[in-house]
Design a protein around this ligand. Structure first.
Ligand code: SF4
Length: 178
């Protein structure tokens, strides 16, 4: 099956970190979904390329994720992979439930191998997921562009994008860390 048609995933999560200090700004709950077709050389999470790695996602797991996000000291939810945009049965459901419970009071950060421009022009559930995100770190990991000191990303080609501003202004707005 082609990468572009891999949308819903198999419903597996590689791991959940209830308190992460590195996946975005502040203290965050991080969810790593399973399954990624990009197969980047030097992938930091090779095991999670398998769409059936880890534990199966269900409503109990969703509640656990939301409860992890609830304390005041948690700034938001981070969704990584695997590929979040090839696992929309999990990621879109999480993002919608997160917005229902927390509104815009907490943020959603997502890491994806897809480029923002592609996702923004997808007239599908991928676009619906994108619209719920605050910050997108986009593009595949490229080992020859790896630098050890890049905040929130692994290689120089990746971009940290303010999604809402970019969608509203129809151009790419870099996210400025506070
Ligand atoms: S996009 Fe991320 S998870 Fe997927 S292969 Fe590349 S580095 Fe690994």
């Amino acid at each position: 099956m082609k990468i572009l048609n891999l949308i819903h995933g198999q419903g597996y999560i590689a791991r959940i970190e209830s308190q992460s200090f590195v996946d975005g700004e502040g203290v965050r709950c991080s969810v790593y979904v399973s399954g990624c077709p990009f197969d980047c050389k030097g992938c930091y999470n090779k095991a999670a390329q398998n769409f059936r790695y880890g534990e199966q996602f269900n409503n109990d797991v969703l509640e656990e994720i939301l409860d992890n996000c609830a304390p005041d000291y948690i700034d938001g939810l981070s969704i990584l992979g695997g590929e979040p945009f090839c696992n929309l049965d999990i990621t879109l459901k999480c993002a919608r439930a997160f917005r229902e419970r927390f509104g815009n009071g907490k943020s959603i950060w997502v890491w994806s191998g897809f480029l923002f421009e592609y996702l923004a022009h997808e007239n599908t559930e991928r676009r619906a997921f994108l619209e719920l995100i605050d910050v997108l770190v986009d593009g595949p990991f490229m080992s020859h562009l790896y630098r050890s000191n890049l905040p929130y990303k692994g290689s120089l080609n990746q971009r940290i994008i303010n999604v809402q501003a970019s969608l509203q202004q129809a151009c790419l707005c870099e996210y400025i860390a506070t």
